[in-house]
Design a protein around this ligand. Structure first.
Ligand code: ZN
Ligand code: ZN
Length: 352
């Protein structure tokens, strides 16, 4: 298979800082699109993968799955896109396309596992996939998204992971005008959850441990903030919510929030992978037919739906633009939650 060398930024080992390196991309095949990457958002998964926090990282590792750019080449059978179009790629670049999940536009739950944009297994070249911290990416058109023309491109990048991760549960649990939605945590995911839920017409509450986040939460569209360490505020919120989106990325006590769900309410975890501690107490679930659920990104059709909705409602992420060379410092700041609310890499800096 024909390939080209592409400049990228990645980690050579779990201890190493990210640095410039060269990777190989395939030449476009009939259904492929080549995108010159203009912006790439920085997700917590990037950092966890670069440092092998979840195990299974293959090095060199080139992260990045919030990709926005311009199409520079299309294969002979590509129908949805043309050279010069703006396009985006999120967390997936392939899946089996034939299983029941794939047939129902749920590629993220592909029975054989989707191909991650990075650290996945590239079916074409037989090696690990490389993400968006690079000059270019080559992706099958099925996994490429259209970007509404009115949106700022840099601020659109985080919609591809943070945006869809919160949009999918809002849609699955049918949030609409008048729904009562709460969001736990005000980071990359949480701030998108507030914006999207508000635009769907929901009454939106932020759960936070930090009273100083109040003004930010209101500016993003929240109607209320409940300080989760304040007992009287927590009991004041009892039985209130139809859906709680829990974006907390580390181990935490989910039981604390279940009493604030209404009958049939659901708390959906989108930020943390792993066992919970303390364990879940079933009593408040049984006594109110309440659910504790999880959700992973969203399918390609749903991601396009989210981007189109963001175009109609002029929604993008709150971002801080960085140079590619600043990525190691950005990771350190992310670990301290020192980002409002997403870093986005200006990929032009890779040419410097
Ligand atoms: Zn992500
Ligand atoms: Zn499948």
């Amino acid at each position: 298979m024909e390939t080209t060398n592409v400049k990228a930024y990645g980690a050579q080992s779990k201890e190493a800082s990210l640095e410039q390196l060269n990777i190989v991309r395939r030449e476009v095949t009939a259904k492929d699109i080549e995108i010159e990457i203009l912006y790439c958002g920085v997700c917590h998964s990037d950092l966890h993968t670069a440092r092998n926090d979840w195990g299974g990282t293959v090095y060199p590792a080139v992260p990045g799955h919030e990709i926005v750019g311009k199409i520079t080449k299309v294969g002979s059978e590509v129908t949805k896109f043309k050279v010069g179009d703006t396009a985006a790629v999120g967390c997936m670049v392939d899946s089996c396309r034939t299983c029941e999940s794939c047939q129902h536009d749920l590629e993220q739950y592909c029975m054989t596992g989707f191909t991650g944009t990075y650290n996945g297994r590239d079916k074409h070249l037989g090696k690990q996939t490389f993400g968006g911290y690079a000059e270019k990416v080559v992706v099958d058109e099925h996994f490429v998204l259209k970007v509404p023309e009115n949106l700022d491109l840099a601020a659109t990048a985080p919609l591809l992971c943070a945006g869809i991760t919160t949009w999918s549960p809002l849609r699955h649990w049918k949030v609409t005008k008048g729904s009562n939605v709460a969001v736990i945590g005000l980071g990359g995911l949480g701030h998108m959850a507030i914006k999207l839920a508000k635009a769907l017409g929901a009454n939106v509450t932020l759960f936070s441990r930090s009273p100083e986040k109040k003004q930010d939460a209101f500016d993003l569209g929240a109607d209320e903030i409940v300080i989760s360490t304040d007992k009287s505020q927590m009991s004041g919120a009892r039985g209130k919510f139809d859906l709680i989106i829990d974006t907390v990325p580390y181990i935490h006590d989910v039981n604390h929030y279940i009493p604030t769900l209404g009958i049939n309410g659901t708390i959906v975890l989108v930020g943390y992978l792993g066992p919970l501690d303390p364990m879940l107490n079933t009593v408040p679930m049984i006594m109110g037919r309440k659910s504790v659920a999880g959700s992973l990104i969203g399918g390609i059709a749903e991601t396009q739906e989210m981007l189109d909705f963001c175009g109609e409602h002029n929604i993008t992420s709150e971002i801080e633009i960085i140079k590619m060379q600043d990525i190691n410092e950005a990771y350190e700041r992310m670990l301290k939650s020192d980002v409002h609310y997403r870093f986005v890499i200006d990929m032009a800096s890779l040419k410097e």
